[in-house]
Ligand binder design. Structure first.
Ligand code: T4K
Length: 365
């Protein structure tokens, strides 16, 4: 009998009929892109969902970071964690800036505010921090440092859909926050992303930048690109919005089930989180060494189970980004020992039990 494959994630999707229904007006009008009615509706529903005032959707979460950098006119060094997805650093580089890696905290996995100031040089223009696996950064400490040194702050909130922190949506923090709606994210539009800001001016600029720099009156007023979301992607995002609360609830249960089964194993570690400010879209665990991690992955793979090494490697070790001067032991250690376990609609209690049994057996062998 063929093994049922279990991947790290699977998109949460509304019914195909609901999607078709949402697309009907686009089929009738023939409007498929260029800030069409579905994109405008997606933006407005996202503003309601996140309770934010100004938001612009774009083609993906990587471009959202690039547009944030461009909208803030940043040129120079940008401080960012070494423990993140490659997109955070590559977006910085694509905008002609230099990523300067700072270590993360070993428990929250987020950039360590205590280590930021030592990396601030005369060319430092911003901090681009990441809410890793949706866990809010220490935004107060980061803001204090940024104010003191006159730096801009971008939060890469690719994972951080629907996270409230001290009564405010986490995407409200910083000069600009970004989010991803990639197929693997809590709320997905297939591909997609957004920039959020308290500044109406910055979001208006991002809307111009995503549309070749046109101002809406036919004048080219900025150096833009094509970052427009299509009506098809917006329609998918729109039909998936109503699922979000249910998805979070389910993933929270999955999280608790894994923890119950694994937390008594001394060599397994968990991210330090506050359950009230977390969306449970990822299920990261750490092992005691890379050797054990590779064994665990091999044993799971034998059973058709595919966890993912988010994030590996530590970005200072990526050839194109190699930074020998930075000292990021926590990031390097985490990247070598962390895996995200399957967490999505098709993960039931039996699957969690099976995965936990394999891990328990392997780490104690
Ligand atoms: N900043 C951070 C901190 C990020 O984590 C990311 C993206 C970004 C910025 C940039 O946002 P985007 O530009 O991507 O919007 C995934 C995603 O591609 C990426 O979005 C995500 N972070 C990263 C953490 O993970 P992979 O290489 O693991 O994806 P993949 O294709 O192996 O998918 C994982 C599993 O999901 C598959 O085994 C099966 C399932 N899957 C995947 C896709 C694409 C599906 O069931 N359906 C699908 O369509 O990168």
């Amino acid at each position: 009998m063929e093994l049922k494959k279990v991947f790290v994630t699977k998109p949460s999707l509304a019914s195909l009929d609901t999607f078709k229904e949402m697309l009907e007006p686009a089929w009738e009008s023939g409007i498929l892109t260029h800030n069409g009615p579905l994109v405008q509706r997606f933006e407005s529903e996202l503003e309601d969902l996140y309770e934010v005032d100004h938001l612009a959707v774009v083609t993906n979460g990587t471009l959202a970071i690039q547009l944030a950098i461009r909208a803030l006119n940043l040129k120079g060094e940008i401080i960012t964690p070494a423990f993140t997805w490659i997109a955070t650093a590559s977006a910085i580089k694509w905008e002609g800036c230099i990523p300067v890696f700072v270590d993360v905290e070993s428990d929250t996995y987020n950039i360590d505010p205590n280590k930021i100031e030592a990396s601030i040089m005369k060319d430092t223009v911003a901090i681009c921090a990441v809410h890793v696996f949706s866990n809010p950064c220490n935004v107060e400490a980061i803001e204090k440092i940024a104010d003191k040194h006159n730096l801009k702050v971008i939060y890469d909130g690719a994972h951080a859909s629907n996270v409230e922190y001290k009564g405010v949506n986490i995407l409200e923090y910083g000069d600009i926050s970004t989010v991803s709606f990639h197929a693997t994210k809590l709320l997905n539009s297939g591909e997609g992303g957004a920039c959020v800001s308290k500044s109406e001016e910055l979001i208006s600029r991002i809307k111009r930048l995503r549309f070749f720099g046109y101002d809406g009156q036919g004048e080219i007023v900025d150096e833009g690109c094509n970052g427009k979301m299509t009506e098809v992607h917006a329609a998918l995002g729109l039909v998936n919005i109503p699922l979000v609360e249910e998805v979070i609830e389910h993933r929270k249960q999955i999280y608790s089930s894994y923890r119950e089964r694994l937390e008594n194993i001394e060599s397994i570690g968990f991210q330090k989180i506050n359950k009230e400010s977390y969306n449970f879209s990822y299920m990261p665990i750490t092992l005691n060494s890379e050797e054990t991690l590779l064994k665990v992955i091999a044993e799971l793979n034998k059973e058709g189970i595919y966890p993912r090494r988010y994030f590996y490697p530590s970005l200072n070790q990526v050839e194109s980004l190699k930074d020998k001067s930075c000292h990021v032991p926590n990031s390097e250690s985490l990247a070598s020992r962390i895996i995200c376990l399957p967490s999505h609609n098709n993960v039931d209690e039996d699957t969690i039990q099976k995965i936990s049994d394999i891990i328990t057996r392997t780490v104690s062998s």
